[in-house]
Design a protein around this ligand. Structure first.
Ligand code: MAN
Length: 566
């Protein structure tokens, strides 16, 4: 992997190659105007304090803002780039003023000019990483001579910069390719959604048809069962026997009524005889047998008088005895099947028009039980199967269930696709192209794996199984302040995207595992390193073109930021 991070020289491109001209030592072009007067020097932040020009760089800190010493370390205690140094003899050694100058200006001709902290000026050490021309050290007597190395340092810098630029270009091209793939993946998902919607709509229509067919088949089958009974089965036999039995009962009733009428006449005759006997007997004969008979009659007459037994009237008897027909009694023809008949059970199917589904389900369950009971009691013909459902009904129901299952599965696939389309896949949707792809690295006894937008895994190399280190939850951002790495495979400094993976396998006696996946711009996907900062909390550092800043003119402002990032 090419190194994408190079040490950045402190400085500004605007100052590149600026010559100090007649300015005092250490003054940058940005502050030149304060040092142009030949007569006097006014402290930059407090111009009312005026000094002789000879006092500039005389190694004595005269201005409270240190601006009179741009080329020495006399005011280094005010240096904003280094901790304040106490002045000899000052009571606290601290001051609330800061240097008006950002540092000693090192021209670095042939490379890039930059500021050096005043504390480094004339300290006897050549600070080439900041001042490649060595001008921060006095080269005169008593000073250290630092030869100018700007030519070679500048050349190396430009070589690295060129490498960096190429690397950036390649990473940018890789990112553009990812974006192209992400767009394609999105288009595919949109097409899938349209197709699924069409298929579901088609299946819904099919379902309506199949439901109709099922209802109709079931209705016809039930009717067949009833008709089969009426035409020759047990129900017809029951009907026939009922009719015969009713006729027999009617004949018997006729006889009984006749006999009753005869007996009524006989009872009336006997009661008349006994009544007369009681009225006409002679009590003076003192005949015990006669007296007993009269007493029994009196008791009988008293009991009869108190009895209110229901007497069936002759009219009622006549009604019952009238022959059955269309206008009277039972019209048996009503019960005989004909081709235009609606089956008895049709009344049941009409329930479907208004009854709620759960009632129907309950009802059909009860009906099935009833039908079973009728079959086992010999009233309905057995269909020959263990269930009461005919093969035709079963086939219709199976077809309906199959289409139901298909609708459920396609609806769930549609929901997944729609949810996925709404998901945050980062800037320019770029991570959509990586979804489902994995990168891994070996570390110690494990192989660690990152599956983009899915999960992170810790796989034992000793065959102890895999551990889920978290499922993808969301994209976040955090500041990184890592040292640049020589191989470039590091996060560096600046804001970085962090993918959060949470709710992994539970840690023994601890929380569920989670992983923060820190991303840095790189030419290709690579899992650089994994660390476990605290138990079961992992950090993955990953390079990917997807994390690069967008390049090109449209992205100019952030491309400048990219200099820091890369
Ligand atoms: C395993 C690994 C480690 C983890 C411990 C916690 O050994 O998953 O990363 O720290 O379990 O018990």
């Amino acid at each position: 992997m090419q190194q994408l991070v190079v040490p950045v020289v402190v400085g500004t491109l605007a100052s590149f190659g600026a010559a100090s001209g007649s300015l005092p030592r250490g003054v940058s072009p940005d502050f030149a105007k304060f040092y142009e007067s030949k007569d006097s020097f006014a402290c930059i932040t407090q111009p009312s304090i005026k000094l002789d020009v000879k006092q500039v760089n005389d190694n004595s800190c005269d201005c409270p803002d240190g601006s009179d010493e741009p080329g020495t370390s006399a005011c280094a205690h005010l240096d904003p780039l280094s901790p304040p140094q106490p002045l000899p003899g000052s009571p606290t050694g601290s001051t609330n003023t800061t240097n008006a100058l950002p540092g000693f200006w090192c021209v670095n001709k042939g490379h890039i000019g930059g500021y050096v902290p005043f504390a480094y000026v004339n300290d006897g050490a050549c600070d080439y990483e900041l001042c490649c021309d060595g001008s921060e050290e006095y080269s005169g007597v008593g000073g250290v001579k630092c030869p100018n190395k700007c030519a070679e340092i500048g050349k190396e810098y430009r070589r690295i910069e060129e490498e960096r630029r190429k690397s950036l270009e390649q990473a940018g091209a890789a990112r553009a390719e990812l974006i192209r793939q992400a767009k394609q993946a999105k288009r595919n998902a949109e097409t899938t959604i349209v197709n699924l919607k069409g298929e579901i709509a088609h299946l819904e229509l099919k379902r309506i048809e199949l439901q109709k067919k099922y209802d109709e088949t079931e209705r016809v089958e039930r009717r067949k069962v009833v008709k089969a009974g009426a035409g020759g089965g047990k129900l017809a036999e029951l009907l026939e026997q009922s009719k015969m039995r009713v006729e027999e009962l009617r004949d018997t009733l006729e006889l009984v009524v006749e006999q009753r009428n005869e007996l009524r006449t006989k009872v009336a005759d006997l009661e008349g005889i006994l009544k007369r006997f009681k009225e006409e007997y002679n009590p003076n004969f003192n005949d015990e047998g006669v007296k007993q008979a009269v007493k029994s009659w009196e008791d009988y007459a008293a009991r009869i008088a108190n009895e209110h037994s229901e007497i069936i009237s002759d009219a009622e008897v006549r009604d019952v005895l009238i022959e059955d027909g269309e206008m009277n009694g039972i019209n048996w023809k009503d019960f005989e099947p004909s081709d235009d008949d609606v089956a008895d059970t049709d009344i049941i199917y009409k329930l479907e028009a208004y009854a709620p589904r759960f009632i129907l389900d309950l009802f059909y369950k009860q009906m099935a039980a009833l039908r079973q009971w009728l079959v086992s009691n010999g009233i309905l013909a057995d269909s020959g199967t263990t269930t009461t459902e005919s093969p035709a009904v079963k086939a219709a129901r199976d077809a309906l269930s199959a289409v139901d299952r298909e609708i459920t599965s396609k609806t769930s696939a549609l929901k997944n696709e729609e949810d996925d389309l709404e998901k945050d896949y980062g800037p320019d949707d770029v991570f959509r192209a990586l979804k489902g792809k994995c990168v891994s690295t070996d570390a110690g006894e494990y192989t660690y794996e990152l599956c983009w937008f899915q999960k992170t895994m810790q796989k034992s190399k000793k065959g102890h199984g895999n551990t889920n280190m978290g499922d993808f939850a969301r994209i976040g951002r955090e500041m990184s302040d890592e040292e640049e790495r020589l191989d470039g495979k590091g996060l560096g400094t600046g804001e970085r995207m962090v993918l959060r993976y949470e709710n992994g396998q539970s840690c023994w006696n601890g929380p569920r595992r989670r992983t923060d996946v820190w991303l840095a711009c790189a030419e290709k996907e690579e899992l650089w390193r994994v660390s476990e900062s605290e138990k079961c909390v992992y950090k993955m550092e990953v390079g990917t073109p997807a994390a690069c800043e967008p390049q090109g003119p449209a992205a100019a402002p952030s491309a400048k930021k990219g200099k820091d990032e890369l």
